[in-house]
Design a protein around this ligand. Structure first.
Ligand code: DC
Length: 216
């Protein structure tokens, strides 16, 4: 079993950036599990399916082709909303479980980011981070990202998206978004990317030392 770094947190908290930089630092494989749910949502919408139809969403998850994660479409605002909606279905989560769990066995280690990694996918991960920031700051970051992708959207709408997604992701019955009891909280509200990465690296180094997995 490789060294697993579980990175959870709400949308646009900085967790994706922190996760990919940790993966690059340690030479670990990285999985953004949000892309899985986004691809399921996009797939379902593409076939005219209903996001609230649990059976249709589960079928879309079972037929997921990993090449679909590469499509630019999965990065849109609509895909984020669709992902949050299909993610409430237990069958969808079950269909994506093995793939995620398998990823945690990668050597020498892996960084996995999402909402339920420290609680459900990799509860035994030796390093767990819960990355967050205020809704207003997350909305500003997401707004800049979407604008940079050429998606014209008002800040107020992005903030409303963030509030709605937080409520849905943390309020669902199946694997709700929550900080694992042994995860270290990292609030990036007042941090630059560099500061957030540095703080994350220190958290991981402490966990590595504790688990005896010292840099070679
Ligand atoms: O991280 P993201 O914004 O790309 O995730 C999109 C949605 O997917 C998120 O609002 C909820 C869902 N998701 C989830 O339920 N569990 C995960 N491990 C990752 C994402």
């Amino acid at each position: 079993m490789g060294f697993v770094i579980a990175v959870d947190g709400p949308a646009a908290s900085g967790k994706g950036t922190v996760a990919s930089r940790l993966a690059a630092l340690y030479g670990y494989a990285m999985l953004d599990t949000g892309l899985l749910y986004r691809a399921v949502g996009v797939r379902l919408l593409g076939t005219g399916g209903d996001l609230d139809d649990a059976a249709a969403a589960e079928a879309a998850a079972k037929g997921l082709d990993l090449a679909e994660l590469e499509r630019a479409e999965v990065r849109t605002r609509a895909a984020g909303e669709a992902a949050s909606r299909v993610a409430v279905h237990t069958g969808v989560r079950a269909a994506l479980f093995d793939l995620q769990r398998q990823f945690t066995t990668r050597e020498p280690g892996s960084v996995i980011d999402g909402r339920d990694i420290g609680t459900v996918i990799a509860p035994d991960a030796p390093a767990k981070l819960y990355v967050t920031a205020t809704p207003e700051i997350r909305a500003e970051r997401r707004w800049k990202q979407l604008s940079g992708q050429g998606e014209a959207v008002a800040y107020a709408d992005v903030l409303a998206d963030i509030h709605r997604r937080d409520a849905r992701d943390s309020g669902r019955d199946s694997a709700p978004m929550t900080q694992a009891s042994d995860a270290v909280l990292l609030d990036t509200s007042e941090m630059t990317i560099e500061q957030a990465f540095d703080a994350a690296r220190r958290i991981v180094e402490t966990a590595r030392a504790r688990s005896g997995n010292l840099p070679g």
